[in-house]
Design a protein. Sequence first.
Length: 167
Amino acid sequence: MSEDTYSAFMQLLKDDPRFRMEAYQFVREALSYGQRFQQEAEDEFEEEVEDDEDVEDLDLECFEEDEDLEAWEEEEEAESHLTGQVLCQAIRQYATQQYGLLAKVVLNSWGLYTTSDFGEIVYNLISINMMKKSKSDRREDFDDQYDFEDAFVKNFDFQLSEESGPA
């Protein structure tokens, strides 16, 4: 993190004291988690397509101008972009994976009480250029995606690993 980015982030924490530093870190980690999950799904799809004999290799010479190639690269970058709704689901999964039944308690201790708070975090980070948004992204995309009590407590999915042995 550059000195300017660090200074901007520290100022952000002072200007908006609703959320602890850990909340920002967690949302960024959950974004990476969601992007990895999305990339794995895309890779699996590409492997299936590659197995199809009718598909030919991509030839970058088909781009007549640099602008065409730039547009294609921007499109590829957009594929790793997560919508607000998808990011909220990634946050739910990541929180459950990291903290189990304590996920709601941990998130609440950082000032996170609703999915709208995730949007506030994301847009705060966008304002200091620590995250990017697409033209179609809206702050409201994060609103009312799920209730924390339902997602992290009532509907908690207990999963036993193979390491835990028979019940």
